[in-house]
Write a protein that binds this ligand. Structure first.
Ligand SMILES: [Zn+2]
Length: 169
C-alpha cells in the first residue's frame, strides 16, 4: 500500500478549505486506506485529507497508545453539533514537524458525519479524542495550529518553525 506524501506548513493546500464529499467511490476507498496506512506509519493519531494534498472533507483518527487501544475512526463531511468544557493543552501536527502549540478546545463534543460506507454516524467524544477530531476538522477548514493563537505568538512560532525547517534543507 503506498505511503502518501504528508504536506508540511507553509504549503498552500493546508490553508485551503476542503470540499464536501458527494460520491463515495472506489477511488475514495483507496484514498481512505492510504490515509490510514500513512497515519499509522508516520506515526500520528490523526490525518486530514488536506495533509495529503486532497481537498475533500475526510479525516482518520486513532488515539490508541501502547497502554490502551481505541477504535479507528473514519469520518466524512463532519460537523460539530455540540461542544462544552474548554481546556488548554499542547498539540502537535504531522504538518508542523517538531512544533507543539497550546490550544484551547472544548473537551466534550458531539460530531455528526457519514462513515466510509455512507452511513450517517454520530460520535460523542471527550478528552484526547475530542481534541484530535477538532484538530483534523480544522485542517478541513484550512486552519493550522498557528491560526489558533494570538497574532504575536503566531509570528514568533512561525518564524521559529520556518528557521528550523530551513536549517534542515
Ligand atoms: Zn495536524
Amino acid at each position: 500500500m503506498p505511503l502518501l506524501k504528508i504536506y508540511t506548513y507553509p504549503e498552500k493546500v493546508l490553508s485551503q478549505k476542503a470540499e464536501k464529499i458527494q460520491n463515495i467511490d472506489g477511488a475514495l476507498q483507496s484514498l481512505i486506506d492510504n490515509m490510514i496506512h500513512t497515519m499509522y506509519e508516520a506515526p500520528g493519531i490523526g490525518l486530514a485529507a488536506n495533509q495529503v494534498g486532497v481537498l475533500k472533507r475526510i479525516f482518520v483518527v486513532d488515539i490508541s497508545s501502547k497502554e490502551q487501544s481505541y477504535p479507528l475512526l473514519v469520518l466524512l463531511n463532519p460537523e460539530i453539533v455540540f461542544c462544552d468544557n474548554p481546556e488548554d493543552s499542547e498539540e502537535g501536527c504531522l504538518s508542523l514537524p517538531g512544533c507543539t502549540v497550546k490550544v484551547k478546545r472544548p473537551m466534550d463534543i458531539v460530531v455528526r458525519g457519514v462513515d466510509r460506507e455512507g452511513k450517517p454516524t454520530e460520535i460523542t467524544a471527550s478528552g484526547l479524542l475530542s481534541r484530535a477530531i477538532q484538530h483534523e476538522m480544522d485542517h478541513l477548514d484550512g486552519i493550522v495550529l498557528f491560526d489558533r493563537v494570538s497574532s504575536i505568538k503566531r509570528e514568533f512560532l512561525r518564524k521559529r518553525y520556518l528557521k528550523k525547517m530551513n536549517q534542515k534543507d
